[in-house]
Design a protein around this ligand. Structure first.
Ligand code: COA
Length: 130
């Protein structure tokens, strides 16, 4: 599925992809965004995280996020956050993200259950306030 976001071509948007040969098989996009978890922290929102169905469970998603976190840290990010699809929460927990308890909601776009999730990128960072 192809998705497009009005922020995609902005210089501050961060797109990360993983390839098998010439084929893009996993991608994630990060936009600078006020975090609903800790609004004072320099944060990026993750959107459009996906691995192609036929190559899931090979560690590609985890590798893309690990690479992205290093890049975002270098840009000064202290936290990443997302509205995580509930069916994927196990993935995010496996790669060190946390859930904001009580934040479950239906996505306006997909009507699927989502939960606010986040990961601190800086050692000793404050924990969630909500
Ligand atoms: C969620 C998704 C991105 C994971 O990508 P992936 O490349 O298959 O994930 P990885 O192989 O890197 O998995 C990393 C770890 O997460 C675990 N994991 C992956 N998907 C999981 C899931 N849905 N539930 C629980 N655990 C999961 C893996 O078992 C692995 O754990 P391990 O390190 O203990 O072995 C992928 O399944 C996907 O694209 N799903 C459909 C779209 C989607 O839901 N995107 C997220 C929207 S917020």
């Amino acid at each position: 599925m192809v998705v497009a976001d009005p922020r995609d071509d902005e210089s501050t948007s961060v797109h990360v992809g993983g390839f098998e040969g010439d084929r893009l098989v996993v991608s994630a996009t990060f936009y600078p965004s006020t975090s609903p978890v800790n609004p004072g922290r320099a944060a990026y929102q993750l959107r459009y995280m996906a691995t192609d169905v036929d190559v899931q469970a090979r560690g590609y998603g985890a590798r893309v996020l690990a690479f992205a976190e290093e890049e975002l840290r270098a840009l000064g990010a202290e936290q990443v956050w997302a509205n995580g699809r509930d069916s994927a929460l196990g993935f995010y927990l496996a790669v060190g993200w946390s859930i904001v308890e009580g934040s479950q909601h239906l996505s306006l776009e997909t009507q699927l259950p989502h939960t606010v999730i986040f990961k601190e990128l800086v050692q000793g960072a404050a924990t969630a306030t909500s």
